[in-house]
Every structure is written in C-alpha cells, then in structure tokens.
Design a protein. Structure first.
Ligand SMILES: Cc1ncc(COP(=O)(O)O)c(C=O)c1O
Length: 376
C-alpha cells in the first residue's frame, strides 16, 4: 500500500468516491431487478456508448482484451493471417492478436505521438518480400490518437482491415472524428483506471457495420445467433449488468473529467517547459488527446522516477519493455526490416506523471515542484 500522502499516477478509489452516490444507486437498482446478465442496463449502455463514439453499434464484452480478439475474429482473422501492431503497446494487444491464431508482426512508432508510424509501416509493406498483412491494430496509446487518415489510406492500398485499440483513448478525436469510428471496428477497455472505468473488468467493440455487430454479439455468447443454437464456436465474454449500470453513471461525467485532464496537462506543459533533458508530450496537430497518461521522456528516467518517489509522487512507466523484448514474444514475432528503434528508445525513456481527474490543484503543484527540483 502506498502511504496516504503519496500522489498516485492513477487512483481508482478516488474515481469511485467522485461517483459514490450514483454508483451505489446503480448497484441497488441492478440487485433489485433480478436481471444480472445481458439485460436492460447493458442494452442502454451499448446505445449510449455507440452514440458517444459516433458508431451505429456497441457490443459490451468482458474486457478490452476480449474486445480486440472478438473484433479481429469478426473481421475474419484466423490462423495463418498476419496482423501488425505497434511494438510499444501493452502485452494485452499482442495476446489478443495471437489468440485468434494469427501471426503477430510489429511496426515502429512515430516518436512524437508514440503511435504506429504510417511511414514505417508503408516502407515495410512496399518492400518486395513484405508479408501479406490481413489486419493492422493501431493503438491510441496514452490517449493520443494514431494517425488514422494516413493509416486508412494505407489500408485501401494494401487491402488490410483496421481494428483500433482504443483502450486508452475514450473520446479522443482525430480530424474531428472519434477514435473507434475509423476502422472496421474499435475496441475499448473499461478497466478501473481507464478514462471510463468500471469497478471490475469490462470492454466494448464498436462498429457501424450491422453484420459485423451481429457476429460479435454471437461470438460473445457461445456463438449463438438464436438462443441455444450455435451457428459457430463462440465464447463467454459478456459485460455484466452491474458494470454496465456503473459505466452509465460515469459516462455522464466523461467529458467533464476529460476537461480536467486537459487542464492538468496544459498546466504541466506550461510549468515544465524548457527544463534540461525533459521532453514533454505534444498534441499532434488536428487531433484531440484525452490524456490518459501525461508521458514525459528523460534520458535519466530511473533517477527522475526515484527523485519523484522520494517526494511521494508515484510516477509509472508504461511500458518498460517493448513486445519483441518480452520473454513471451522474444525471438518469435515477425520483425520489420527497418527495425523498432523508436519503440525501444521510448520504452527506455517514458515516465507518466499523475494526470487523473481527481488530482487536486495542490497535488498538481507538488508534482511540478518535484520535477523542477530534479531538473535544477
Ligand atoms: C492499449 C491497451 N490495449 C488493451 C488493453 C486490455 O484491456 P483489458 O485490461 O480490459 O483486457 C489495455 C488495458 O490494459 C490497454 O491499455
């Protein structure tokens, strides 16, 4: 347990406390309803979440990892296919891709946005011995949208499907359009510390294709199209009524909370600019970040993290190891000929400063002071 004076980089208990009355009422309502699985709360949340993202359909599932796997399966991905994602993502993205039976391939990132580099991907796919890629999973990491206009253009040329990993980017926009609404489908996680977080696991697939939505709905429940009749082998991956009811309460405050994240990020960017060796995150022109993380880079990352900890500021490293250097994936995933240098460098240098919406002004100033004294 961190001591109570510490400032945490994410605080699920503070998120619950901010919504305590609404959450308790939602739980009570579900308990009294006697309907605990795939009932009116899930249906209502699915409508509300689809409307928020701007898609025609949202299908509630058990986690973000499941959302990715089911979306890839609904897109027709299976054993023998090649699926590319960004090398600096969390291992959940890689696990979901491999669970479909597909071969995992990695591409490098754009260092300014920490997201999949369309230029690096294009260079690889245009090479004479490039693999035939069936799907690409851009990851909107830290709340920063990947370059979806460029990736959509590449998808048209090379004929691959785009399945967005939007687990860290609820509500982020690029060119005015929300993430999740660009590809064949988008996958969201409602893990408790996400920008929209449940009090347990949860996830959703969003899409505007009715056949795709029908397939995900069938896959999430034993492959049933009609009750008790399986039209294909399926899974049990359902968002439950309690989590859906809680998510509906929190969805009502998502834009306000994103506004608070943006205000904290703006204050950090003003107060921390110009410090030696400290690289601040930037919002790519034309996109609207939702600041799931405020990620700085520093060549002495470990020393900076220790210094912050000595001042009771707990800054996290998301993520210290790229996929191809993880014990589970090392020496067996498909690597691009142009390398993964930017992803490797990012993993060595990134550090997340606390940015959650319940962070008070005093805590924010303490974080700033702690970073500034390191630099000094
Ligand atoms: C980028 C990304 N993808 C996928 C996931 C998996 O989501 P979940 O933990 O809900 O399975 C997460 C969450 O940890 C994530 O951050």
């Amino acid at each position: 347990m961190p001591d109570p004076e510490s400032i945490l980089s994410a605080d699920p208990r503070a998120s619950w406390a901010a919504h305590a009355i609404g959450v308790s009422e939602a739980i009570e309502r579900v308990l009294r309803s006697g309907k605990y699985i795939l009932g009116p709360e899930v249906e209502a949340f699915e409508r509300e979440w689809a409307a928020y993202v701007g898609c025609a359909f949202s299908i509630g599932v058990a986690s973000g990892t499941d959302a990715l796997e089911l979306a890839l399966r609904a897109a027709g991905i299976s054993a023998g296919d090649v699926v590319v994602t960004a090398a600096n993502t969390v291992t959940a993205t890689a696990a979901a891709i491999e669970r479909t039976g597909a071969s995992l391939a990695l591409a490098d990132i754009d260092p300014a946005s920490f997201t999949l580099s369309p230029a690096a991907l294009a260079e690889w796919l245009d090479a004479p011995d490039a693999p035939e890629v069936r799907a690409v999973v851009p990851v909107h990491l830290y709340g920063q949208p990947a370059n979806m206009p460029a990736l959509c253009a590449l998808a048209r040329v090379h004929g691959f499907k785009l399945i967005e990993d939007a687990a860290q980017a609820h509500g982020a926009r690029v060119a005015g359009r929300r993430v999740g609404d660009w590809g064949a489908a988008g996958a969201f996680s409602f893990y408790p510390t996400k920008n929209l977080g449940a009090i347990g696991d949860g996830g959703a697939v969003v899409t505007s294709d009715p056949d795709f939505a029908t397939r995900v709905r069938s896959l999430r429940q034993y492959g049933w199209k009609d009750r008790y009749v399986a039209s294909e082998p399926g899974f049990n991956s359902r968002l439950d009524e309690l989590q859906a009811a809680i998510l509906r309460v929190k969805l009502g405050s998502l834009d306000t909370e994103t506004g608070r994240r943006r205000a904290i990020a703006a204050r950090y960017r003003r107060a921390l600019s110009g410090l030696p060796d400290l690289v601040l995150p930037t919002e790519v022109a034309g996109s609207e970040m939702v600041w799931h993380q405020f990620v700085v880079r520093h060549p002495e990352r470990a020393a900076l993290q220790r210094h912050l900890e000595s001042r009771r500021v707990l800054a996290g490293v998301l993520y210290p190891t790229p996929i191809h250097l993880q014990p589970a994936y090392r020496d067996r995933v498909m690597m691009p000929p142009n390398g993964l240098e930017e992803a490797e460098r990012a993993c060595r240098e990134v550090l997340s400063l606390p940015v959650h919406p319940q962070l008070g002004d005093d805590d924010m100033e303490r974080v700033i002071e702690a970073v500034r004294t390191f630099a000094g």
